[in-house]
Design a protein around this ligand. Structure first.
Ligand code: AMP
Length: 285
């Protein structure tokens, strides 16, 4: 596995691979890798095929963190990350510094408008601009044919698909299912922040989403009715602070009252100091 730290070295290698007609599969991450990340990498490995190349970036992007957020204390363990990705057949790992990505004079951003305004966009108004800008840059550096993102960060996935479409980027964006702990909690690098007691309580988030999905399966189509049940399960934990629990159109991410077509139940809940997000798709089987 090649470990590269500069933009120019990755761009040079990607151009060479493209000239050799090699498929480049790309998984951008912020590191502190877990089985969720590795599921994306394995899928990239499979799609790229034995002749293709898999690139993983590990970069904690400061511009997607708000001023009061956890950029400084975001967990990092590069040594362990490198060991993990080596074990699943990654060819190239890109680990740039902040100065490499945002050199002096940097002043351009990519902003996807409507789909980033609801849900996490309300409490984190600059977050998605940071995400789409860095992902656009990474796409220009790695020049992948395909890029994989987790459905766990559903709004991010929708925003990136929108950016790729709107800016005619010639990249296939593949959304991947959320990998969960055995009690249902969505895997996340931030789960390490959770105190053991809160960690146990956190499983109720997925239980609440499952309850919502069950009601939908039984024919309930009123968002308010489903949300009341979902909120009820979360609020049984008196310490949980709901940022939002919403049912939105799965494509526009606008709030809906009655579920028609594909929808998503999305939530963000603070358990102690840790803000957790999760979601589940509702669609007719
Ligand atoms: P992050 O390092 O948190 O920025 O995540 C990097 C990529 O891994 C993103 O596309 C995430 O959506 C994806 N990801 C994170 N957690 C999971 C999970 N539990 N299951 C599947 N994908 C995930």
């Amino acid at each position: 596995m090649k470990i590269l730290k500069t933009v120019s070295s990755v761009q040079k290698l990607s151009s060479k691979l493209r000239s050799q007609n090699k498929i480049i599969g790309f998984v951008p991450t912020m590191g502190y890798l877990h089985a969720g990340h590795l599921s994306l990498v394995r899928r990239a490995r499979k799609i790229a095929g034995p002749r293709g190349k898999v690139v993983v970036s590990i970069y904690v992007n400061p511009t997607q963190f708000g001023p009061a957020e956890d950029f400084d204390r975001y967990p990092r363990d590069l040594k362990q990350d490198l060991k993990l990705i080596q074990g699943v057949g990654v060819d190239i790992c890109f680990t740039p510094s902040v100065a490499e990505i945002y050199p002096d004079g940097f002043q351009t951003s990519v902003e996807v408008e409507r789909v980033t305004q609801n849900l996490c966009g309300i409490a984190r108004p600059d977050h998605f601009r940071g995400v789409t800008t860095v992902v656009a840059k990474l796409f220009n550096i790695v020049k992948p044919h395909l890029a994989l993102f987790g459905q766990k960060d559903y709004q991010q996935l929708v925003a990136i698909k929108r950016m790729v479409k709107d800016l005619n980027m010639d990249i296939e964006v593949i959304g991947m299912p959320t990998i969960r702990e055995s009690d249902g909690l969505a895997m996340s690098s931030r789960n390490t922040y959770l105190h053991p007691k809160k960690r146990k309580e956190a499983a109720r988030l997925y239980r609440s989403l499952i309850k919502g999905k069950e009601l939908f399966a039984l024919g309930e189509r009123s968002a308010a009715t489903i949300l009341q049940e979902v909120r009820g399960i979360i609020e049984e934990d008196k310490a949980a602070v709901i940022d939002y629990v919403k049912i939105c159109d799965a494509h526009t991410l606008e709030d809906i009252e009655e579920i028609k077509g594909e929808a998503v139940i999305a939530l963000a809940v603070k358990m102690g100091k840790t803000r957790l997000i999760d979601n589940i798709i509702l669609k007719e089987e």
